[in-house]
Design a binder for this molecule. Structure first.
Ligand code: 13P
Length: 255
C-alpha cells in the first residue's frame, strides 16, 4: 500500500514572519495526522528557520530546486549537501516553472536527480503537458518523453525512492483542476511506463502526486483514484486552513 503524500510548494511567496506564522499554524493543526506524509517547501532562504520551526513535528521540509554539483564556482546555486545541512529531506526537481522560465531540460533534471539520490534527499520530479500539447492529443507522448529523459539511468532501487508529481501546466495557478478522470488516465499510464522501464513491483511502489490547482473541494475525488497518491499543492499551501484541510481530507481516505 502506498502512503498518501501531500507537499506544499510555496514557490516565491511569503516573508520570514509570515512563513513562521504559517508553519506554527500547520504544526499545531496537523499534529494528529499519522497516516499521510506531509511536507512543505519554502523559499531557500527560509529553510533554516523552517527546519527549526518544524523540529520534532510530523511535517517534513523540502527545497524547490537544487544544483547537480557538490561545490564550486556556481554563483547563485545551492547543493544537495547544503540542503541536508539545513534540515531538508525533500527537493522538488524540474517544476514546470523551472522548465519554462529557467530553461531546465530533461537532461538537467536528470543530472539533478542523480545528485539528489546520491545525497540521500528524496526527489519530487515534476512532469506535465501544456494546454497546447493536451489539445493536440500529445499528453501521453509528452509525459512519457519527460519521464524517459528525466529518469534515465536510475536503478530500480533509486526509482522506488523517487516521487513523481504529474502537474498539467494548464492547471497550475489557473484554478482549473484536472478532472479525476483526466488525472487518473495520465497517472495510470505513468505507472505502466514505469513497469516497462523498471519492473511491475517497482512501479507499484512509486508515489505519484497530482498537482495543479489542488483545493479542498476537489482533493478527495482526486485522491480516491487508484493511481493518485497525493498532491503537490501551490497556492492553497500558503493558507494554513486550506492546506490543513487538504491534509485532513487525505487522512480520511482509505483505498
Ligand atoms: P497551484 O496549486 O497554485 O496550481 O500550483 C501547483 C504547483 O505548481 C505545485 O508545484
Amino acid at each position: 500500500m502506498r502512503k498518501l503524500f501531500i507537499a506544499g510548494n510555496w514557490k516565491m511567496n511569503l516573508l520570514r514572519s509570515s512563513s513562521q506564522a504559517l508553519l506554527a499554524q500547520l504544526r499545531s493543526s496537523l499534529s494528529d495526522v499519522a497516516n499521510v506524509d506531509i511536507a512543505v517547501c519554502p523559499p531557500a532562504v527560509y529553510l533554516r528557520d523552517a527546519a527549526e520551526a518544524l523540529t520534532g513535528s510530523n511535517i517534513g521540509l523540502g527545497a524547490q530546486n537544487v544544483f547537480s554539483q557538490a561545490e564550486g564556482a556556481y554563483t547563485g546555486e545551492i547543493s544537495c549537501g547544503m540542503l541536508l545541512d539545513v534540515g531538508c529531506r525533500y527537493v522538488i526537481l524540474g517544476h514546470s516553472e523551472r522548465r519554462a522560465i529557467f530553461g531546465e531540460s530533461d537532461a538537467m533534471v536528470n543530472e539533478k536527480l542523480h545528485a539528489t539520490l546520491r545525497s540521500g534527499l528524496t526527489p519530487i520530479v515534476c512532469i506535465g503537458e501544456t494546454l497546447e500539447e493536451r489539445e493536440s492529443n500529445r499528453t501521453l507522448e509528452v509525459v512519457s518523453s519527460q519521464i524517459r529523459g528525466s529518469l534515465a539511468g536510475l536503478s530500480n532501487e533509486q526509482m522506488e525512492k523517487t516521487v513523481l508529481a504529474y502537474e498539467p501546466v494548464w492547471a497550475i495557478g489557473t484554478g482549473k483542476t484536472a478532472t479525476p478522470g483526466q488525472a487518473e488516465e495520465v497517472h495510470a499510464s505513468i505507472r505502466s511506463l514505469l513497469a516497462t522501464m523498471f519492473s511491475d513491483a517497482v512501479s507499484q511502489k512509486v508515489i505519484i502526486q497530482y498537482g495543479g490547482s489542488v483545493k479542498p473541494d476537489a482533493v478527495a475525488d482526486l485522491l480516491m483514484q487508484p493511481n493518485i497518491d497525493g498532491g503537490l499543492v501551490g497556492g492553497a499551501s500558503l493558507k494554513a486552513d486550506l492546506f490543513s484541510t487538504i491534509v485532513q481530507l487525505a487522512s480520511k481516505i482509505h483505498k
